[in-house]
Ligand binder design. Structure first.
Ligand code: FE2
Length: 257
């Protein structure tokens, strides 16, 4: 039974569609095709669940330690790509959409390299922007953090020297970290690529990051070329100790829970 015949059988009254039926099946076909095309062209709801945070200062605010052009490219292109590539994994791993970024790091071993690299890249850079501030605006280590640094390393200078060594000796691309270990003490460690100390992976010294330094060449090459130690030395001028203090206090509170 055809389309028009069905309508006829269902109604004994006037048949307003009769003209259409006489018009031709071609009209119906055009209607369906055009309608379907309209649906196809409609914007799809965004699948992205992770988003790129804005820099908490202008791109050139960290000069001269970190130049504005590097910051623009680093944030707007590199970090943005990690976010986009992580979101591209959500259709394959829908559970990602329900995980916050920090929680994801602790279960990263369940996912393939694309999630590890881009999820790590998103977390690491999100933290990195906040632990920097314009020179003279970052405050200084709190009394409690200073006490922990002295207990762990002997002095602030000794801690920074050990951190510098970790950052300088990281072969290829990676990060240097100051972390709070599960026992509450401080440690310095380094990870390759976009790995970080929260990840449940073998070979990683685990802890809560409170300070991080990106030693990928994309973080410094435009200004420093191959002079990574010079970049590391200048970077201490723009450490945001106020944020490091906050992260240390939060890590200590979490440990007491
Ligand atoms: Fe980076």
């Amino acid at each position: 039974m055809g389309w028009c015949s069905c309508l006829s059988a269902l109604s004994r009254g006037p048949r307003p569609w009769a003209g259409f039926c006489r018009g031709s099946w071609l009209s119906l076909l055009v209607y369906i095709v055009v309608g379907f095309g309209t649906l196809q062209a409609a914007p799809m709801p965004a699948a992205a669940e992770f988003s790129l945070p804005s820099l908490p200062y202008s791109a050139n605010a960290l000069e001269p330690a970190v130049d504005g052009r590097t910051m623009n490219i680093h944030h707007d292109r590199h970090h943005a790509a990690y976010v986009a590539n992580l979101n591209a994994q959500i259709p394959s791993f829908p559970k990602l959409a329900s995980l916050d970024l920090t929680t994801l790091q602790g279960s990263i071993s369940k996912y393939p390299a694309a999630v590890r690299n881009n999820g790590g890249g998103h977390y690491n850079h999100s933290l990195f922007w906040t632990v920097m501030a314009p020179a003279g605006k970052g405050g200084k280590p709190s009394l409690t953090l200073t006490k922990a640094i002295k207990a762990g390393f002997g002095s602030q200078d000794a801690m920074q020297q050990q951190f510098n060594q970790a950052a300088t000796s990281r072969f290829g691309s990676g990060w240097a970290w100051l972390i709070v270990k599960p026992d509450g003490t401080l440690a310095i460690t380094s990870t390759a690529n976009q790995d970080n100390p929260l990840m449940d992976l073998p070979g990683i010294e685990r802890g809560t990051p409170i300070l991080a330094l990106d030693v990928w060449e994309h973080a410094y090459y435009l200004k420093y070329q191959n002079r990574r130690p010079e970049y590391i030395s200048a970077w201490w001028d723009v450490v945001n100790w106020n944020d490091v203090n906050r992260r240390y206090a939060a890590a200590q509170s979490a440990k007491r829970v």
